[in-house]
Ligand binder design. Structure first.
Ligand SMILES: [Zn+2]
Length: 217
């Protein structure tokens, strides 16, 4: 629908208009887009005008994709990454190395490591990092579930792949002290990752090398 038919340039006064003639529809879209991470007012405008200029079917597909992802994606009950089936694709894949678990703080870190193709084991998503400032301790994270995955002795190595910042290091140190007494090898991503940086934004080559050159903790 052309922009001018949305009434954005015209009649805002008087009785409430039917929604298709409501000039606030564009305002609402701009507000919602502006709430997204990394989207400033200019990007929000660019996206909003793109949507206005696209045909109704394209806009419907976008809206439906957003609704579907909220309806269909949930946390994997084993590793707490995102899943569309009962368990996530990695946990469902019998060809993955069952003896190795890579521990990350967020599901997006799984995506970052999968992109490198350097790791073929399983994952465990903590759901955050230890942060006394934010009152987040091990009991607020999926640490208990991690320890129970280590209980039957199948897993022989845990790779701690939390971000190389203060909280990520604190979390890695805590986990190392907790896991090592269980007789499991504990390794940490090699240096080379920017200190204070985000795993998510590391390039694939750097992150892949950091996994391959992981060191014993
Ligand atoms: Zn899983």
């Amino acid at each position: 629908m052309p922009y001018d038919q949305l009434g954005a340039g015209g009649s805002l006064g008087g009785a409430p208009a039917p929604s298709r003639n409501d000039g606030r529809a564009l305002r609402r879209l701009l507000d919602e887009l502006g709430r997204l991470p990394g989207i400033g007012p200019k990007s929000a405008q660019r996206i909003a005008y793109h949507i206005l200029g696209s045909d109704a079917e394209e806009a419907r597909r976008l809206a439906q994709a957003i609704l579907d992802v909220k309806q269909q994606v949930h946390f994997c009950p084993v590793c707490f990454s995102y899943a569309t089936r009962e368990r996530c694709d990695v946990c469902e894949d019998p060809s993955r190395d069952q003896a190795s678990i890579c521990v990350v703080s967020e599901p997006r870190d799984v995506t970052a490591i999968e992109r490198t193709g350097a790791f073929h084991g399983l994952y465990h998503v903590l759901g955050g990092v230890i942060s006394p400032m934010d009152k987040i301790g091990p009991e607020q994270l999926h640490v208990r579930e991690l320890l129970s995955r280590l209980a039957d002795g199948t897993v022989t190595e845990v790779i701690l792949a939390t971000n190389p910042d203060v909280e990520g290091e604190t979390t890695a140190t805590y986990l190392s002290r907790t896991i090592k007494p269980l007789g499991v090898h504990v390794t940490r991503l090699a240096s080379g990752l920017p200190v204070g940086g985000d795993l998510e934004y590391a390039d694939e080559v750097t992150l892949g090398r950091a996994i391959e050159a992981r060191r014993e903790l």
